[in-house]
Write a protein that binds this ligand. Structure first.
Ligand code: FES
Length: 119
């Protein structure tokens, strides 16, 4: 259907400040919805690929978010770690802004990372 957003309604665009990260659960899977320094919004797996640390608790700088666990930064567009110790990407999900609201579809992984295993 043209014009209809797919995925879960997360929040209003206005609810998310620049450089803010929001942790949400979609089908019990943790997702970080992040607004970068330029105001663009991204959705990625919230769990660091290095260990069980929530990326949404980290700082956003430019188009990256830093894991507070051991300092790896992840590119918000590609999900790729920008330095060690993390070396595997986190999944990046399809995100749509419709009528000022943010929708995330975790069934669509846009960066080739493994799709989440949903219970
Ligand atoms: S837990 Fe994220 S870099 Fe180690």
């Amino acid at each position: 259907m043209a014009g209809e957003p797919s995925g879960e309604l997360i929040c209003s665009v206005d609810d998310l400040q620049v450089k803010q990260a929001l942790r949400v659960l979609i089908e019990d899977y943790p997702v970080a919805v992040v607004r970068d320094s330029d105001g663009e919004i991204h959705a990625l797996g919230d769990t660091c690929s290095h260990a069980e640390v929530s990326l949404s608790d980290g700082d956003v700088e430019g188009c990256a978010i830093e894991c507070w666990g051991h300092g790896s930064q992840f590119d918000l567009r590609s999900g790729a770690p920008l330095q060690l110790p993390a070396y595997e990407p986190v999944p990046v999900f399809a995100l749509e802004v419709h009528d000022g609201n943010v929708y995330v579809d975790i069934s669509t992984v846009t960066n080739g990372a493994p799709a989440p295993q949903l219970g």
